[in-house]
Write a protein that binds this ligand. Structure first.
Ligand SMILES: NC(=O)c1ccc[n+]([C@@H]2O[C@H](COP(=O)([O-])OP(=O)(O)OC[C@H]3O[C@@H](n4cnc5c(N)ncnc54)[C@H](OP(=O)(O)O)[C@@H]3O)[C@@H](O)[C@H]2O)c1
Length: 229
């Protein structure tokens, strides 16, 4: 199996790389700053690191060129940001430029990478696109409000997952959104309820178990499905 992971230098992305390597996969890791040697302790002949800011068309094209005809079995769109503090509708606090950047990273970034790597996915046998979403992207589950920029970006990512599932079904490509839980990373913070190791084990189990029948669904790290879109 050859897998591609974005936002792979820390947090959930780095643990994805670690667990994929541990099970014997070839891993292509997209990171914004490869010079920081993010995988010094994970060095493996099965790991290749690419410079990849998912908002950069140039970076995405360079990654596609570096991969050439190599087949990919799995692409995990993991790179994400939470956005800044001004995401409240109360008191004119909303920062539109920040929300647009969050959308560029979390949503358009996943689309850029998916489209660029489609030829490689078509050549692979796994044929899976997994988009790391969030319970905060669920419309049905939203009773607490707030964090509007991030929520909108992940709700739109869920739509991307579903639309790619429909549009790529004829190619046999599976596209799913996955909630990783509330995870102890820099984004999730120290109060988060889930270790990064457990979250990633659950995420990879969900991806491994996904078939064409699950394509277009919103999966969860510890349940068959997230309860609500
Ligand atoms: N932690 C949680 O509780 C939680 C819950 C639900 C969903 N998620 C989702 O899980 C994913 C991973 O989050 P995390 O908790 O691991 O967060 P994290 O520790 O903050 O890591 C975020 C990763 O995304 C990368 N990134 C940010 N902007 C990027 C860009 N423009 N291009 C490429 N990479 C970029 C970061 O790279 P740099 O080091 O270069 O900034 C970093 O590798 C995100 O999509 C997040 O929304 C997390």
């Amino acid at each position: 199996m050859r897998s591609f992971v974005t936002g792979a230098n820390r947090g959930i992305g780095k643990e994805l790389v670690r667990q994929l390597l541990a099970r014997g996969d070839e891993v292509e890791a997209g990171v914004r700053d490869p010079d920081s040697r993010p995988f010094a302790e994970l060095a493996s002949p099965r790991l290749r690191v690419h410079r990849l800011d998912v908002t950069s068309d140039r970076d995405v094209a360079a990654v596609a060129a570096a991969l050439g005809d190599a087949p990919l079995d799995l692409v995990i769109n993991n790179a994400g940001i939470y956005g800044g503090p001004r995401q409240s509708v109360a008191g004119g606090e909303f920062d539109f430029a920040d929300a647009a950047h969050t959308f560029d990273v979390n949503t358009l970034g996943a689309l850029r990478v998916s489209l660029a790597l489609l030829p490689n996915l078509r050549r692979g046998t796994g044929k899976k696109l997994a988009h790391i979403s969030s319970g905060m992207g669920s419309i049905g589950d939203n009773t607490s409000g707030g964090t509007l920029g991030y929520r909108m970006s992940k709700a739109a990512l869920n739509m991307l997952a579903r639309t790619l599932a429909v549009d790529l079904r004829a190619d046999g490509i599976i596209s799913v959104a996955i909630n990783p839980g509330w995870v102890k990373t820099s984004m999730g913070g120290p109060s988060a309820t889930t270790s990064v190791e457990d979250s990633v084990r659950g995420v990879l189990q969900a991806i491994d178990g996904a078939t064409l029948a699950d394509s277009g669904e919103f999966l969860d790290w510890r349940r068959p499905r997230f309860p609500s879109w």
